[in-house]
Design a binder for this molecule. Structure first.
Ligand code: NAD
Ligand code: USQ
Length: 482
């Protein structure tokens, strides 16, 4: 599929931008950029939007190597750090670095002294165009973002634009950048998107599973010692009626005992793609000695990190629509615009959550404390758990304090999931490595709500109600493009 999707494109990005210092309103469009694109038809055109042509698989090697003055965070005590030169900044490739978690992480790692390269196909921006949705926050082009970062900090983040399903492209990026660690965020990450219709279900699994397989092969072929830090999801486990362990469970059966991968019960084609990834990674750790950390992340909320706050042009995306928006972020936007909070079904669904500032912290901890060769390490990456009803109550109270009139409605659940269930996942391993969680406090909810209020004029309220049904997959609704 990757080859079928290939197009021949090249982009030249001039790096001759004038340095500038902190002002918020500076217009970066003044910096010269020269683009040359050639694109050919591909099946992907049919997959996500008819009648449009897209650019796929173009490669950019935009910048020269950075000169960093600080070293990265050192491993916490008790870790099994085995890198040869731990004091030297490591080279970290952030796949999916233009997305919500990836952008914040790339900046954070760059700020901490790592040499960072972003690899991204920008396909997420394309999904937004095709579905007619947009981030609550205005987001700048990846080129402007990186120029802004360089101007503010003097640090360069390399940029490779292309599809990791194209192994030729990925190989080139590995050979050019020579990563010590790869943080892999680069997947189609929306459960509702994967449940729109057959083509999106197939696309999600092909994109995610093939992309991850290619990363594994690239590590094996070009960077054997490279540590893979892969973003998985808490949704891989489902909602079993027993405690959820971190990756493995010890079972005694018919008098014999073994420690086995924890059973997986994912509940969307997206979540299933993560299960398939985990199996492929576990196998290659065993077979080829790959070192890997699977971060089973909960639902992320928030938008600000120390780095994205430094300038408006570094602002992260914030999804609130019914396809890409996630529970708490959506509720804050709904409260800000006076839309009732959309509790699906009974609202007893309980999930694990974390602040985006903890996402970047956890990834840094995983990189600084790498897995051993051959080790498939699993961390449950979240800080707290809430039911959807809990979240609705918290947002209602916080909204009222700000003078908002917040109501909730029970929306017929578009998903197939337990609406009342036991939920007790463990999450101690990242804390043992030094994670200092940001807890969902009143003041944090306040600031999230104020943030949503600041941008409320950009909200398209037509995008708020869920438009994808697990049971009626393939039935077109008014908000989904053909
Ligand atoms: P996102 O959609 O904002 O970003 C994903 C990025 O990956 C996009 O920039 C996209 O263009 C890129 N991408 C996708 N397929 C690619 C490919 N084949 N080649 C190159 N680039 C590709 O998603 P996010 O919210 O930042 O999530 C990042 C990762 O974290 C995902 O793997 C997701 O499953 C996981 N995760 C996210 C959350 C959450 O709440 N956002 C929670 C748990 C896990
Ligand atoms: N929900 C509502 N109302 C809403 C939105 C969601 O009740 O308006 C409910 C859903 O039914 C579900 C729960 O909230 O029970 C979580 O849904 P979500 O959309 O916030 O998150 P989910 O689809 O699970 O996916 C998100 C990210 C995904 C990541 C996952 C982590 O999009 O990339 O893998 O969170 S986890 O949930 O732990 O699997």
């Amino acid at each position: 599929m990757a080859h079928l999707l290939s197009t021949s494109c090249s982009i030249k990005v001039s790096t001759g931008c004038k340095p500038y210092s902190l002002p918020y309103k500076q217009d970066l469009s003044a910096f010269p950029t020269s683009l040359t694109l050639q694109a050919s038809e591909s099946p992907f055109t049919r997959l996500v939007s008819r009648g449009e042509k897209h650019q796929r698989n173009y490669t950019v090697h935009a910048t020269t190597l950075p000169v960093n003055k600080e070293g990265p965070t050192q491993p916490s005590s008790g870790s099994h750090q085995t890198l040869k030169e731990p004091s030297k900044p490591q080279r970290v490739m952030v796949i999916g670095g233009d997305g919500y978690c990836g952008w914040a992480t790339a900046l954070h790692l760059s700020n901490k002294g790592y040499e960072v390269a972003i690899v991204d196909s920008l396909v997420r921006r394309l999904f937004d165009h095709q579905l007619g949705i947009d981030s609550l926050t205005p987001i700048h082009s990846i080129h402007n973002r990186l120029r802004c970062w360089k101007s503010l900090t003097g640090k360069t983040i390399e940029l490779y634009i292309g599809d990791i399903c194209d192994f030729e492209f990925l190989s080139e990026t590995f050979k050019l950048f020579e990563p010590d660690a790869v943080v892999h965020f680069g997947e189609q990450r929306s459960a509702p998107y994967s449940m729109i219709d057959r083509s999106r279900a197939v696309y999600t699994q092909q994109n995610n599973v093939t992309g991850t397989l290619n990363v594994l092969f690239a590590i094996k072929e070009f960077r054997e010692q490279c540590h893979l830090v892969k973003l998985g999801t808490m949704g891989e486990y489902g909602t079993p009626n027993i405690d959820i362990e971190e990756g493995y469970i010890t079972i005694t059966h018919n008098g014999r005992t073994d420690t086995l991968p924890y059973p997986k019960q994912a509940s969307s084609f997206y979540h299933l793609s993560k299960v398939h990834d985990s199996n492929n990674i576990a196998f290659t750790c065993k077979a080829w000695g790959i070192r890997a950390t699977d971060l089973n992340q909960g639902v992320v909320y928030g938008v600000r990190t120390d780095e994205t706050e430094m300038h408006e042009e570094l602002c992260n995306r914030f999804d609130y629509d019914g396809v890409f928006g996630t529970a708490l972020n959506r509720f804050c936007v709904q409260a800000a615009v006076g839309h009732p909070l959309t509790v699906y079904g009974k609202g007893g669904q309980t999930r694990a959550f974390l602040d985006i500032r903890d996402t970047v912290q956890c990834v840094e901890l995983a990189i600084a404390n790498p897995a051993q060769p051959g080790e498939f390490r699993v961390f449950n990456q979240f800080t707290e758990q809430f039911s959807i009803n809990d979240l609705a109550t918290l947002v209602t109270k916080a909204g009222e304090k700000l003078g908002l009139n917040v109501q909730s409605i029970s929306v017929p659940n578009p998903r197939v999931e337990a609406e009342e269930h036991y939920y007790n996942p463990k999450h101690t391993k990242l804390v043992e490595l030094g994670l200092k969680p940001h807890i969902l406090s009143d003041s944090l909810l306040d600031s999230l709500l104020n943030f949503a209020i600041k941008y409320k004029d950009r909200v398209d309220t037509k995008q708020i109600m869920p438009s994808v049904s697990w049971r009626k997959i393939g039935v077109k609704t008014r908000t989904i493009a053909a």
